[in-house]
Design a protein around this ligand. Structure first.
Ligand SMILES: NC(=O)C1=CN([C@@H]2O[C@H](COP(=O)(O)OP(=O)(O)OC[C@H]3O[C@@H](n4cnc5c(N)ncnc54)[C@H](O)[C@@H]3O)[C@@H](O)[C@H]2O)C=CC1
Ligand SMILES: C[N+](C)(C)CC(=O)CC(=O)[O-]
Length: 469
């Protein structure tokens, strides 16, 4: 039987929750008095359907059914999970819980998206307080996995387990907050950074864009892969966390922040932090952690490069200056590069799919060399590959430098055939070959056509040169 979730309040966050449930095969019933709610949720769904499936290598379950309801009573019928996402006002949330609990099953989980209220404040005056707990998400809920689960002692261990279990089934990461506190864990950081940023803007130190750049070109990328403490453990060098705290401890007394209410770095606190850091990361040496960090950063920055975003666009621009100018040799060295970490697979070597990428990139360099460059393509002419034969001859691994040597083995009219040899740069060992047959096309009709004269002539000249093998 399909599970049912009820979303009370279908704004930014409620819409994200609805999408997360629907795309994981749950039926979703929405209650929101705003007449625009249905349109807004349907718009969120368009983005979510585009985004969430791309995270996975396998298809998601069939989407659940979405329905809108005029009353809370109707909306909560049959719901295993009820997610409250109404505005951050305690009196509105209390009123909603009263009505929800008057009609829902006593076995439903009632999660609140509240950014900052403590669960005990939410439970205050409730008919069945133990049914309500904080399940605080992060925008966009359909993509970001963190859910802060904040219970009180009124919630039974069974309720907490069930909550965590359902969230996990939805692909979410339930982080149990062991003690309730205003704004939970993550929003306390966001608040600290937000408040500092407000001061920097107000005091004319930085613009909003400069602040965003300070985050996204540097520590923001770092945080995404190692968080705060593991990052600082590595920053302590071989001596680790204790050294980091000894070095930067005095800064707690310096005016490095507007938030001057800081804890004293007593021996007890230093030992507590260093001990927890050892438990968390002590199984890896600093060098291993550095390697892990670097591999993560490479994978993330290469993903950002693909999207042309901030640090990724920077790499893209810089890489233009690294692009070699090809020369008319026999063969042409069409590509020289290092195997990146995200090209390897379960066997620890370059995945066969990436050979296709490598030879395709080499072919693009050859295309540009014969005049089928970015401007030519922008004018509606290009080459499409119609056949490739790849032979895998020796393994290659992340970090290895490789070259592609290319010969044009057929170059007449619409036809362009390349024979690529992938070699290890250090000793020239042949590692793979690719016989690639391309046809010249019009990007308008998507059908073959004759190339422009200058391209045809260049292709023919290179084919003649490469015949002399
Ligand atoms: N926007 C954000 O970045 C995040 C917000 N949250 C929390 O999620 C909750 C909702 O915030 P948003 O979605 O941003 O607000 P929002 O303003 O986008 O959506 C609130 C929705 O609740 C509806 N609503 C108002 N009164 C209602 C009622 N009595 N019954 C049912 N629906 C009602 C409104 O029509 C609106 O569609 C808040 O508690 C907020 O702190 C949590 C994480 C992030
Ligand atoms: C600004 N905020 C307090 C509403 C932020 C959150 O609660 C979490 C998020 O998505 O940033």
């Amino acid at each position: 039987m399909t599970n049912t979730a009820t979303i009370i309040g279908g704004g930014v966050i409620g819409g994200g929750w609805a999408a997360r449930f629907l795309l994981n095969g749950w039926n979703v019933r929405v209650y929101d008095p705003d007449p625009e709610a249905e349109r807004k949720i349907n718009e969120v769904m368009v983005n979510a359907r585009h985004a969430l499936p791309m995270l996975y290598d396998y298809a998601l379950p069939d989407e659940g059914a979405l329905s809108f309801h005029d009353t809370i009573e109707d909306a909560v019928a049959g719901a295993a999970w009820i997610q409250e996402s109404v505005p951050e006002r305690l009196e509105i949330k209390h009123k909603v819980f009263q009505e929800v609990q008057a009609h829902c099953s006593t076995s439903s989980v009632i999660g609140s998206s509240t950014s900052g209220f403590k669960p005990s404040e939410l439970q205050d005056g409730a008919t069945q307080p133990g049914q309500i707990l904080v399940t605080h998400p992060f925008n966009p809920v359909y993509l970001l996995p963190l859910i802060e689960v904040v219970p009180t002692d009124k919630n039974t261990p069974e309720t907490i387990d069930r909550t965590k279990e359902i969230l996990s089934v939805l692909g979410l990461y339930p982080l149990l907050v062991r003690k309730e506190i205003d704004a939970h864990i993550a929003d306390r950081f966001l608040e600290a950074v937000w408040r500092e940023a407000l001061w920097l803007v107000k005091d004319g130190i930085a613009t909003t864009e400069e602040i965003d750049n300070a985050i996204r070109y540097g520590f923001g990328i770092r945080w995404a892969q190692m968080g705060l403490f593991e990052t600082y453990r590595v920053a302590g060098g071989e001596a680790g966390m204790k050294h980091f705290m000894a070095q930067f401890g005095p800064a707690l007394k310096w005016p490095w922040t507007k938030l001057m209410d800081v804890p004293e770095f007593t021996d007890e606190l230093v030992d507590l932090i260093a001990g927890q850091s050892d438990d968390q990361s002590g199984h890896l040496s600093i060098r291993e952690l550095e390697r892990k960090r670097d591999n993560n950063l490479i994978a993330m920055m290469r993903a950002l490069k693909q999207q042309g975003n901030a640090a990724g666009q920077l790499i893209k621009d810089h890489q233009k200056s690294l692009r070699p100018v090809l020369t008319d040799a026999n063969p042409i060295v069409s590509m020289r590069r290092t195997v990146p970490v995200d090209w390897t697979d379960v066997n620890g070597h370059m995945n066969e799919g990436r050979y296709g990428q490598l030879f395709s990139d080499a072919a693009e360099e050859i295309m540009a060399h014969v005049g089928a460059d970015d401007d030519y393509i922008a004018n509606g002419l290009s080459y499409f590959t119609v056949e490739t034969t790849v032979k895998y001859l020796a393994e290659t691994h992340a970090g290895e430098e490789i070259e592609v040597h290319t010969r044009i083995t057929e170059g007449k009219g619409k036809k362009l055939r390349c024979f690529h040899e992938m070699k290890r740069a250090s000793d020239g060992e042949l590692m793979a070959t690719c016989d690639q047959f391309m046809l010249h096309v019009s990007l308008e009709t998507r059908r073959t056509c004759e190339p422009a004269d200058h391209v045809r002539q260049k292709v023919e000249a290179l084919a003649a040169l490469h015949e002399e093998n």
